[in-house]
Design a protein around this ligand. Structure first.
Ligand SMILES: Cc1cc2nc3c(=O)[nH]c(=O)nc-3n(C[C@H](O)[C@H](O)[C@H](O)COP(=O)(O)OP(=O)(O)OC[C@H]3O[C@@H](n4cnc5c(N)ncnc54)[C@H](O)[C@@H]3O)c2cc1C
Length: 381
């Protein structure tokens, strides 16, 4: 009999999670809540900042509540309206169907980390997982300290790109991606209920309120664009500022960090949900283009789907093979089409002429923006 079709030993209900972003933390909370012994490895130390637009779709609220996460207690901004501007400053505004909340990753991830600690999750911080091997129904995870951990389940929740992707021989890792992203927190004078997306040549920027009196300002552009202008400051002064909305923002805001957070090599290429029996969660399973503002909801939702399958396996109700197949099918059904639409929509923006035309046309077709949003967002879960 194929070993993968054998049910797991009931005495070893343990899991190792690699990566402590939203996906890893939600997996940890859900599994620890059901008595699984969880060890989570995170290469940074909580709390820390992350490059992200920090707009979370309200679709996650019922599930977060079921995990005991009280988002309101963290005083998020409530985002009910959407504004889109073209590179020349032409705008379109619409109420959001479901809406969302604005909360920094610093605060949200830290809160989940503290909850997970209270629920008995063991954290190994400032340590990277460097290799994973699978033999005789058990994983061995090697850490940067040389320590080795073992468990019958390993979840890869290490985000959009990690050295582990090379270890798993994932195709996208070797292909250079043109995208980079920059994020600031700032204080400014803008309505706190509006999330706005502003286009510029070869990129787009999101602005939305977060907790306290702050705003998140985050943009995606290409390496080529940065090279053309030389520095981030020049890129902002010479390119982003051509859009009047961004010019006003850059001139009239108080920037809260001395330096922005910057990441590069952001790839939107399709990925597999399972690699060498490691179950991928969140961005490690697939990243939606950020202009859809749905990556965090997807990370949380994919962690939910995955933990449910892991629990069935660890509780002896399905084999490893069934767990892997079921998760991959559920993932495709829930997110496959969303990622494709996200890639298509991203092609419309960032290009100066196309995004002018897109904003003008969307203004003429009532309901078109909402239809796109429905295609790239899920329902409350
Ligand atoms: C520019 C930009 C803007 C975005 N804006 C939004 C938005 O407004 N709304 C939205 O919903 N989504 C947005 N997203 C998407 C969102 O940020 C991600 O989908 C989300 O962070 C995914 O969570 P995750 O847990 O999968 O990964 P992450 O949050 O990236 O967490 C992965 C963690 O793994 C750790 N790690 C990596 N490698 C290792 C290792 N080898 N060992 C140990 N730890 C490791 C990392 O330190 C990190 O903490 C945006 C994305 C980008 C790029």
């Amino acid at each position: 009999m194929n070993k993968l079709n054998i049910l797991p030993p009931m005495h070893n209900r343990s899991a190792i999670i690699i990566g402590g972003g939203l996906a890893g933390l939600v997996n940890a909370l859900q599994l620890a809540g059901q008595g699984v012994q969880v060890t989570l490895v995170e290469k940074k130390k909580f709390p820390f900042h992350k490059v992200c637009g920090e707009y979370v779709s309200n679709e996650v609220l019922p599930f977060l509540k079921s995990l005991g996460v009280e988002v309101e207690a963290l005083h998020p901004a409530h985002l009910t309206h959407f504004l889109l501007s073209s590179p020349k400053g032409r705008t379109l505004q619409t109420p959001l169907d479901l809406g969302g909340f604005g909360l920094s990753r610093f605060t949200l991830d830290h809160h989940l980390f503290q909850l997970a600690q209270q629920r008995g999750v063991t954290f190994k911080q400032q340590v990277s997982a460097t290799a994973v091997s699978f033999a005789q129904e058990a994983f061995t995870v090697t850490l940067s300290t040389g320590e080795q951990l073992q468990a019958p389940v390993v979840i890869g929740a290490y985000g959009k790109r990690s050295a582990l992707d090379r270890h798993f021989n994932r195709g996208f890792f070797e292909q250079r991606s043109p995208y980079l992203a920059v994020k600031y927190h700032l204080q400014t004078q803008l309505p706190r209920h509006v999330i706005s997306l502003h286009n510029f040549d070869d990129g787009y920027a999101g602005v939305s309120a977060i907790e306290e009196d702050r705003y998140c300002f985050c943009y995606l552009t290409t390496r080529q664009n940065l090279k053309k202008h030389g520095t981030i400051a020049q890129l902002e002064a010479q390119e982003l500022s051509k859009n009047p909305w961004l010019r006003d923002l850059l001139r009239n805001s108080h920037f809260l960090y001395p330096q922005p957070e910057v990441i590069n090599e952001i790839s939107f290429a399709p990925k597999a949900c399972v690699e060498d029996h490691v179950l991928m969660s969140g961005d490690a399973a697939g990243l939606i283009t950020p202009l859809c503002g749905n990556g965090m909801a997807m990370a949380i939702h994919s962690a939910k789907l995955l933990s449910e399958q892991v629990l069935l396996f660890l509780n002896g109700h399905q084999t490893r093979l069934q767990m892997e197949k079921n998760y991959a099918n559920l993932w495709q059904r829930q997110f496959g089409a969303r990622l494709q639409t996200g890639r298509l929509v991203q092609r419309l923006f960032g290009h100066p002429v196309l995004s002018e035309v897109a904003v003008a046309s969307l203004n003429l077709i009532p309901g078109a923006v909402k239809a796109i949003m429905r295609q790239t967002h899920g329902k409350p879960f």
